[in-house]
Design a protein around this ligand. Structure first.
Ligand code: DGL
Length: 246
């Protein structure tokens, strides 16, 4: 069925998810809504965030999306359960920190989970923490990291990244990137931390989108897909979003 797949994030981060989904499903049309205007989601209270994300969902539904990917760990862990209750007919796929992947594949490793404050404090995150333990785990909220990636000023960003990571250098084997923005700075993290395993949930999301659409017989027919990106803050953010998709 040739309706678009919708994506929502507080800006550029979810483009990292869109990239992965598009690799697996190149025949689909995509509509990406970057809500940079309300960035950062990670510092918002739950009620406020629900209202913001709900507006985004309504917008994507007005674009006739057949499935909505909440391409943001913060929105997923804080408000997706409530969205599912209120939109029982809508197909949602969420993004959450790959703590289960760390537990399943690296149970004997030392794991550092980086995420926003909102994610780390959410009930869903506590559930993941308790149910998928690893040998040793550290959970660190990085309130400035996603905003600095949005800003794109690499000098400020590098100093902050070092501040977060250096205390764990040599003390962890795996880093879970629990925010879709962080996926864009994998190389910077590797430069600081050296030989380290980096985990994000993006491939899992792509597979989930595919299987859900297949089950519901909603996959698009064999044709070339398209991507439309809207960023509600500025044309510059919109341009950067298209660049990141390359
Ligand atoms: N990209 C978002 C996430 O995955 C959050 C960044 C923010 O708005 O705080 O959590």
């Amino acid at each position: 069925m040739n309706q678009p797949i919708g994506f929502l994030d507080s800006g550029l981060g979810g483009i990292s998810v869109l990239k992965e989904v598009r690799k697996l499903l190149p025949n689909e049309d995509y509509f990406y809504y970057g809500d940079s205007f309300h960035h950062p989601y990670g510092e918002k209270a739950k009620k406020e965030l629900y209202d913001i994300v709900n507006d985004g969902v309504k917008y994507l539904l007005s674009k006739n999306c057949k499935l909505i990917v909440i391409a943001c760990n913060t929105a997923t862990t804080m408000v997706l359960a409530e969205l599912r209750k209120n939109y029982t007919d809508v197909l949602f796929v969420g993004t959450e920190p790959a703590i289960k992947v760390a537990h399943d594949f690296y149970p004997d490793k030392r794991v550092l989970v980086l995420a926003t404050k909102g994610t780390i404090e959410s009930e869903r995150f506590h559930f993941l923490q308790e149910n998928y333990p690893v040998k040793e785990a550290y959970f660190v909220a990085c309130p400035k990291l996603a905003p600095l990636i949005e800003e794109g000023d690499s000098s400020k960003f590098d100093t902050y990244l070092k501040e977060i990571l250096l205390p764990y250098k040599g003390k962890v084997d795996v880093i879970v990137l629990g925010c879709t923005h962080y996926v864009f700075v994998k190389d910077d993290i590797k430069k600081i931390m050296g030989d380290i395993i980096l985990l994000d949930g993006n491939l899992g999301i792509a597979k989930r989108v595919k299987s859900l659409l297949k089950d519901k017989k909603l996959l698009s027919s064999n044709r070339e897909g398209s991507v439309e990106i809207i960023n509600n803050l500025s044309e510059d953010m919109q341009r950067r979003s298209y660049q990141l998709l390359k």
